[in-house]
Design a protein around this ligand. Sequence first.
Ligand code: GDP
Length: 585
Amino acid sequence: MSKVRIYELAKTLGIESKELMLILDEMGVEYKSHASSLDDETADAVKQLVLEDSQNEPEEKSSVKTEPKTKAKGSAESAIKDIPLRAPVVSVMGHVDHGKTSLLDYIRKAKVASGEAGGITQHIGAYQTNTSHGKITFIDTPGHEAFTSIRQRGANATDIAIIVVAADDSIMPQTREAIAHAKAANIPIIVAINKIDLPQANPNKVKQDLMQVELIPEDFGGETIVVPLSAMTGKGIDDLLEMLALVAEMEDLRADPNKAAKAIIVESVRDKQAGILVTAIIQEGTLKIGDYIVSGESWAKIRALISPDGSRIKDAGPSFPVQIMGFSSQPSAGDLIEAIASEKEAKQIVEERIATREQEELANKVQKTITLEDLFGQTNTITVNLILRADTQGSLEAIKGVLAKEAEAAKDVDLNIMLAAVGAPSESDLLLAGTGDAHVLAFGVNPSGAVKKEAKRLNIPLKSYKIIYKLIEDVQRLIRGQSEPEYEEKVIGHAEIRQVIRVPRTGNIAGSYITNGIIKRGAKARLMRKGKEVYKGSIAQLRRFKDDVRELGTGFECGINLDNYDAFKEGDIIEAFELVEIPLS
Ligand code: GDP
């Protein structure tokens, strides 16, 4: 049975995919996205409906388009339709050397070659380009930092993620990371399989490998759009742009250019000559020279606006990337910029923000972090988010395998592995962790000092393990909502050393007298000399005359061997104790 995808059928019928989806809604047909397949029967029924519609209402062919027959949507939808569409903002991510730069360059140069004025003269971290399928804004900042931290502040700078995977290399650690970031941002992903011109290219293997990261290509019956291409020859790049346009259409990206302006900072640098240079992408409204803006704890009267081609512009509207000059202090990438009516108000907002932060910092010093137990108290089902790092793919798979079983057994807990990748935990992992209160657990790899420090600063639990079992145990505890078990010492007895018995080869034995309680073989022990602890360990051996005994009580004389210590002196006190787990209240 042949199957047709929603967007393919829409194309055949000459309507937008969204309209087709509205019709499907009315028919009660379930689908996941515009890339979902329809069976023949449904496709025929839809064709019939669209045909009838156009025959019955020849004058109002657009009724299907703009006024879906769904009830409540009608007026709200038409109000939304008055807001103009904006260009999609796209991030290109992937493993190093898989061709991100080449792809962006090709798209950009193709336009320059085809006569677009100027070209890019400087790097400002983002640019907009006119393609055969409309305008697209690309974020061109290295790493995912901007991408993730922006989201932490409650806004997505990126609308669509392109994950570049080289056809000769397939999915690599940074590919997994990029996918995890895009998934955490909950934005559509398009996979670009690059380098298909290479003789060793194996796009099919990439498609198969994508299944492992839960991106099921359309060819395999899934929803993930996969475009094979070559950033070298240009083959397939038009398909990619077409797919971008299609996804953008589905996302229905709109912004009102007449509202008070809002923008997101993607890059913030301090230039020796030019001073503070901030690149931002306009989210809504229009920024103009002379506007007052605030961002975090900085404010500006916009002195100049510079477009990515280096020219000075008077204003910038939705989705446009623009460099802003005029900030009083350096704001951070990821911060939101908001236009404010006056200088006085802008300054006031900044002052208030500084005051609030200072208060919060004070409060944080005394407040302990929210624990999972706290969370348990609040909700019935909780999600335990994890970022897993390991030395090899093999250990990762092993850990994931065991955790999957644990998760299955746990009733009210969802175990969500945001990222499982080979290599040491990175700062970008911390950003990702921050978006989901995740624990970062590393096996066989150690985070750098900088990453540890940053984790502490951001209050993100980060732990590395040498034994898989310990890691699993900790996850089990997390699942059960338990923190590390705590122990307390329970003293069980004291013995006074009265004579040091020297035994060649085996070491000294403490000839002792039990003054109170009991002394047990294997019990924990500390050695006290003049009130000070000089050793902490355990009792290796306990003797009564020539016999080994398990325990002895008050009033007995005995020989005691301590574990790894025999430099005791007459008059020292051995205190025996046990560790008792403090039950969770
Ligand atoms: P990035 O690190 O992901 O930005 O990768 P680059 O764009 O710098 O590309 C890495 C290398 O792969 C460079 O030597 C490129 O010339 C090469 N490369 C990129 N795209 C293609 C392609 O489609 N085909 C071939 N054969 N090589 C490519």
